[in-house]
Structures are given as structure tokens and as C-alpha cells.
Design a protein around this ligand. Sequence first.
Ligand code: ADP
Ligand code: ZN
Length: 517
Amino acid sequence: MCAAATFLRDVFGFDAFRPGQQDIVDAVAEGRDVLAIMPTGGGKSLCYQLPALMREGVTVVISPLIALMRDQVRALRQAGVAAGALTSGNTDEETAEVWEMLDTERLKLLYIAPERLSSGAALGMLRRIGVSLIAVDEAHCVSQWGHDFRPDYLRIGELRRALDVPLAAFTATADAETRAEIVTRLFDTATPQTFLHGFDRPNIHLSFAVKDGPRRQILNFAAARKGQSGIVYCGTRARTESIAAALREAGHAALHYHGGMDAEERRMTETRFSHDDGLIVVATVAFGMGVDKPDIRWVAHADLPKSIESYYQEIGRAGRDGAPAETLTLFGPDDIRLRRAQIDESPAPPDRRAADHARLNALLGLAEALTCRRAKLLEYFGESDVTCGNCDLCDGPAAVFDGTESVRKALSAILRTDEWFGAGHLTDILVGNTTDKIRARGHEALPTFGCGKDLSRRQWGAVFRQMMGRDLIRPDPARHGALRMTDAALPILRGQENITLRRDSIDSADRRPAPKS
Ligand code: ADP
Ligand code: ZN
């Protein structure tokens, strides 16, 4: 694993780069002058924080927002990074501490408010401390024609000349005039490497399906694309081997790939994938980092990815040549349970676990989306006004129904049994199925018993899955995965909010006999 990816995981706790981040991180870490335009929320700060860790010396970060700087410093310190800020919001002790860290050469990131640049003392100090990179956040503040103009930003160009170090400028404002002005004012005659990524990959078709015999679903998907290069991502090593074998049996050229194979074997698989036409690699997420094949025609997920970032990165390996490419992501209640458990059981601090749950929720929201998936995906990365026409829900919108009543019945079954049971037993209660367990617990006496006869067991399965996907209920690892209500469900329970559920996944779940695998 490369250094950047290691820092990304160990320091920042992310499993994948956001769109555009990796290229920017690489360029900044290499010491190029960079101008990066990314939408708000796209993850700009990582693009200078991570290279700061990879480079010798101190990275100076100039940002106009004191509260934001203090926030970032706090988060970096929590992650074990030596960071400090010099702003007018500092207490004397804070400032003394920063100076001391600078004197002892322990600081990696120094945040400075632009006002500081007008004092000669600051420049002298920056000269002394061995600055190796200047990062400028909200770089459009240097534009005299914009409404965010900060006169002090005009001094940044001077600072760069005086220190003679690379500069990386970041902004969400993309119009050409502002960009040109940023370049002349911050970089003089140097031409920065410019990154202006729309995150959209319009040639990639997006689709999700509820697991219903996943092996068969993958085989069907591959059969319709015989002879094309594709990747199947799986959640476990064992599954890569069994699905690869099934594909070979069905007449495809297919190899498995995972971290448990020796380096030689892995390299051979990578080489064959690059050179051969129409090879399928069935892999864990270990596959892909070094793969740079432009004509991968499809990517399928046999199991739900970890986060929306991982999803984007993995499907993004398809169709780099710009020609049409297709994706299919399978998911089911077991995936949701597994991913939640992985987060709950990780040693990460509570804040980070909460953020991981939120990123998983974003992916589940995408999986259970009712309208255009691309719009939803790019909205998450900060882009709005997306036109698509190239996802399964644009092909044929989801049939929906008002699921408020069903969800309230399910919540009632959960609460009346004190949040101690899983979907199977709760469904028995709802459909009025007098099993031994129902009798033993006296659950046939509950008012909820049999109140959900209007739906089949499979349909209840889909309701519970969608409730998990919307984070209305969560399996509790401390209760053997019993489903517990979250606060997000309260407005529905109280009748303050309605909820729309997808009907198609319920129907498709009903069309076929229970899956074997
Ligand atoms: P911007 O400055 O572009 O508006 P931030 O740098 O504040 O965006 O990042 C926005 C959010 O995205 C933050 O909550 C950050 O933790 C998160 N984020 C950034 N990079 C990643 C990543 N690679 N994976 C997951 N989350 C990320
Ligand atoms: Zn769409």
C-alpha cells in the first residue's frame, strides 16, 4: 500500500479517496504548484493535510475562517497530528504552545489567519521555521471582484516569493475569470497544475439490486456481457474464489484476487487483467489500486461496499476510456448488519464511528433511492443540478407506496418486545405465525400479533431492510443483532412524518423462490 493510502487510513480513518482527491494529493506531495477546484464538501482539506504529513518541514495553511481553522486543528490533534493555529482567537497559552512546538520543530501544520501576514514578524518567523509548502484555502478570496475579497490575501504571493516553496490553492469557485485571477495573484509567472474535476462519470451506468441469489445474479450480469473485461468485488476472500469458479464453469475467463495470495500470484493476475481481453477478476478491495486499465467495461459488487466513497472509487475503475460501462451493486439486510457490526466493533473513537455510520447511511440511501442515483451520488460529493438518464432509476423509476403504516407496525412490534428480537421473530409476530418461540414468550397475546397479515414474510423482509437502510432501526451487537429503534424513527412513530418505500424491491423479492446461497 502506498504511503498516501496508509496515512488516509491510519490518520484520517477513511478507506478510500473521494473523487479527485488522490491526484491532487499526489501532485501536492510531489511539490508541484497546484490549483484545485472542488465543490464545497468535496474534501479539500485532506488534499493539503495529507501531503503535509508526507513532506518534510512545516506546511503553512492560510484560511480566512478562524472557526474553521480551530476546528481543523482540533480534529488533526485528535488524530495525533502536530498542528497549531495562530489567529486572533487564540489564548496566550495557545499561542505560546504553538511557538514552543515551532521552536522544537515538532509542528507539521501551522494555520495562519491572513491578517498575520501583514506583520513583518510573521514573515521572519515563517522564514526561520522551515516552511516547505503553503496551502491556501478559499483561494478565491484573493479576487478583487468577488464578494469574499480579503485584502490580506494579496500578500500571499509575496510570501510565496519570499519563502520560495510550492503553493497549493483550493477553492470551490470555478468560474474562469476568478481562476485566472487566482493564478496571477498567487503564482506570478508559474503555471500551477490545475485540477477541475466534475465528479460525474456520465458514461458509467449505475444500478443496484436487492440480493436474491447473488451468485445467480452475478452470473446473469456477466452472461449478458460475455467477452468483456469486468471486475466483481466481494466482501470475503472465500467468496472471490467461489464466484470465480462459478464464472469459469459458466464459460468465462475468470480469476480470483485477494490479499491472502502471495505477491507473485497477485502480480500475475494484475498483468493478465491488463493485457488480456475479456478477463473477469473476482476480487476483494485489495484489487484495483495499481490497476490502470482503460477499457474495463463493467464492475459488479457481489456485496455492499463499505462506504459511498469506496463505492465511487470501485465503480470508477470502469470505463476510463469514456466508452459506455455498466455497474451493478447487490445489497441485502446481511450486508447492512455486517457493515454496521464492522463499524461498531472497530477500535475507532466514538466520533469517528458515528461518521462511519453516516457514510454507510449515505451509501444505503443510494441503494434504496427512489429517484435518480447519479443525482444523489453527486449531491453527496457537493455537486448539484446533475443530468443523468444513465441509471436504473432513470431507465425506469421505482414504484413506491406509502409505507408509513407498515413501518409503524414494525416499530410497534419492536418496542412491544423491548427491542430484543431480530427481523425473523418480529415478522412472525406481524403475520401472526404461532411458532414455539412465539408461544414460549407469550407474544401471541401482543396487540401487534397478526396486525401485519396484509404483507407476506418476504414483503416484511423488504420493509425491515429498507428501515435499516434509512437508519430507522439498527442491529445491536450487544443483543445478538436484535433490532433497536433509532431516534430517526421517532417522527414516524409519533405520526409526524410519513415514509415512502420502494415497492419494486418488495415485488421482485416475491417473484422468486428463496435464494439458495
Ligand atoms: P471542503 O473543504 O471541500 O468543503 P472538507 O475538507 O471539509 O470539504 O471535507 C468535507 C467532509 O468530507 C468532511 O467531513 C471530511 O471528513 C469528509 N471527507 C473528506 N475526505 C474524505 C474521504 N476520503 N473519505 C470520507 N470522508 C471524507
Ligand atoms: Zn439517473
